[in-house]
Design a protein around this ligand. Sequence first.
Ligand code: ADP
Ligand code: MG
Length: 251
Amino acid sequence: MTAGEEGLIQLYAKALRLPTVADCAAIVREATQQRWGYEEFLRAVLQRELEQRQDNQRKRRVKAARFPQIKTLDTFDFGWLKHMEKAQVYELATGRFIEKKQPVLMFGNPGTGKTHLAIALAYQVCQLGYTTRFYTAGELVTDLAEASQQGRLSALQAKLIKVDLLVIDELSYISFGRASAELLFQVISNRYERGSLLITTNLPFSRWTELFGDATLTAALVDRLAHRAILLDMNGESYRLKQAQAQRKEG
Ligand code: ADP
Ligand code: MG
């Protein structure tokens, strides 16, 4: 390949926004050495560009999700909670519940892997092409209150509806005021049937009135959620406690 040719390829590729095509010297060399046909060469160039683009998009989705840390399904010990079914979790990992706009609720006491599993599932569906946003309930309430004060509540609400999967982790009794409770309530009910939600909580439905205050509204929300949701019972022995005990023994 002459310098002039290479320069023109780079110019065209840049104008067309094809960065791996612009950076083609290595693949041209390989094609020459291996005596690839035209078709094989063109296929390889396009494939490389496509794979790079998909990889970038996956990274962008993971970044936009704002996970506090990355947790994956393959590091999750399915033997720990005896009543949890691995098959059910892997069914969730296909993202079909997102297509059906189903809510997923994980109930359980602290330390049983709810946050781990919520991140791992959301991370997995990011890989599949779904957009997600991870919040703790506390962060979400803060963001909503702030947006409300700054007059951009509807913009935030629109964003929260648009994402394919909204994760609300640690929905538990936090002493937020009436107005904040209402904002959180609205987010959850707005997404009902419009998009998937993944909620983790230590509170059974029977205690959700403590969260939202209004018994009638809460009953209606719980009713609608329970009707369509996939429920995971994650009560059990704390994995965190087991880890801490194992470390103490080692030390
Ligand atoms: P929860 O959100 O239910 O309070 P976490 O998901 O934060 O619990 O789990 C606490 C710690 O234990 C985390 O470091 C998590 O990775 C780990 N953990 C919990 N359950 C499991 C499990 N079944 N397999 C592997 N690690 C687990
Ligand atoms: Mg947690």
